[in-house]
Design a protein around this ligand. Structure first.
Ligand SMILES: Cc1ncc(COP(=O)(O)O)c(C=O)c1O
Length: 405
């Protein structure tokens, strides 16, 4: 079939969307007023956004510490753009490394407790680069089934195999480790904080298994750094930094910027630096983003109360939702899912909340398994008590009207 003809099918033939795991084609979503994607924000000031002139409380962002609006972070980005311009126009490998990148790497390595760090242009590229550089033919990646898509895509790019184990299931992890060929290099990879459920990976149980089967451990801490372990991430949260070989982070969440990093032993980072094609063959992180991430790191160190505050807010919201009768799963972090199950119910709830002035993210198949639709809510250190009251009141009213609670 002609490739463009195939694409047209997504709009014209409902069975095409269904075959891809979507509940319906995009036009059908739109006709029902239930299309939840690519909504343009006119304004965003952190905890509040404006869409078509309507103000909404934002509980769908990863700006956990509220630093996108922090004056020091904004100023650092502006100053860097003035000094270095808008782009590095080249790879880290050649003309695209600034002293700022090196400073950021030194600071990050110290912050997460590792010898060296390496900065990439996005977190996605970090995972692609690390896994494809490290995992050669015959090696095995052992990954949690709920790991982020960038880890799955990195595994596809790597020459070795990917074995998946059931989410946070240690028996299944051991089964996968046992299934590795004896000579294979092994890397267990998990999200530190899982991006949809807000659950934390049980590192104190994973580490002994890695040690027993001679596997290295990489933690994608995109949602952990800045949020748990006094902001230093999941390994620090459990006090096991020494036993986590590689810590990955992104700047697109708590760091209020864009970019990513990997931190670990010097020689391993050196290897990755010279083999990670997603870094070598792509332009480096612009100065404004590097400076914003550095300033965010300053604020994380100088205002630790922000980390406490976002966790206090998340506790309050989890309690509030449970009291209203919602199922929030096993979340322990500022990501609080509202488990709905049926995708149409979830879409209608999302829409009604939007109309009531609350911006959430609705997650339907194929992003979650069939029957696992949810609203992903997430909190910022800068949310006010009034905003939280407003959100809970909206969930109360809309949930009752829709027969969900
Ligand atoms: C767990 C996890 N890893 C990696 C990434 C990719 O990060 P970035 O947005 O910096 O590309 C994300 C972002 O969605 C994430 O949630």
């Amino acid at each position: 079939m002609d490739l463009f003809e195939k694409c047209r099918g997504l709009f014209s033939d409902p069975t095409v969307a269904q075959a891809m795991g979507y509940p319906m084609n995009p036009q059908a979503f739109q006709a029902m007023g239930l299309y939840p994607y690519f909504i343009p924000l006119d304004q965003t000031e952190g905890t509040q956004v404006t869409v078509d002139g309507k103000r909404l409380v934002m509980i769908g962002s990863n700006n956990y510490l509220g630093l996108t609006a922090h004056p020091k972070v904004r100023q650092a980005a502006i100053d860097a753009v003035r000094e270095f311009g808008t782009s590095c126009t080249g790879s880290r490998f050649l003309n695209g490394t600034l002293a700022l990148h090196n400073e950021l790497e030194e600071r990050l390595a110290r912050f997460v407790g590792k010898e060296k760090a390496l900065v990439f242009s996005t977190g996605y590229q970090t995972n692609l680069g690390v896994l494809s550089a490290l995992i050669g033919r015959g090696d095995v990646i052992i990954g949690d089934k709920e790991n982020h898509a960038s880890l799955v895509d990195g595994s596809r790019l790597a020459l070795g195999r990917l074995l998946r184990f059931r989410h946070n299931d240690m028996e299944d992890l051991e089964r996968a480790l046992r299934a590795c060929p004896s000579k294979a290099g092994r890397l267990v990879v998990v999200d530190g904080v899982f991006s949809m459920s807000g659950e934390i990976a049980p590192l104190p149980e994973i580490i002994p298994l890695c040690q027993k089967y001679g596997a290295r451990l990489m933690v994608d801490d995109a949602h952990g750094v800045g949020v748990v372990g006094q902001g230093r991430g999941t390994a620090a949260h459990f006090g096991v930094t020494e036993d986590v070989d590689l810590i990955m982070g992104t700047f697109s969440k708590s760091f209020a910027s864009i970019g990513g990093f990997i931190a670990g032993e010097e020689t391993t980072v050196h290897w990755i630096k010279h083999l990670a094609r997603s870094m070598i063959f792509s332009a480096s992180l612009p100065a404004g983003n590097a400076a914003a991430a550095l300033a965010a790191l300053d604020v994380m160190e100088s205002e630790p109360e922000r980390v406490d505050r976002v966790n206090v807010i998340a506790d309050r919201m989890r309690r509030g939702y449970r009291d209203l009768g919602y199922d929030v799963g096993e979340s322990q972090t500022p990501i609080v899912p509202i488990m709905i199950g049926d995708q149409m119910k979830a879409l209608k709830l999302w829409k009604a909340l939007f109309e009531a002035g609350v911006y959430t993210n609705v997650v339907v198949p194929p992003a979650v398994p069939a029957g696992g639709a949810l609203l992903r809510t997430s909190y910022m250190a800068t949310h006010t008590d009034e905003e939280m009251d407003q959100v809970l009141a909206a969930f109360d009213e809309v949930g009752k009207t829709q027969g969900i609670i």
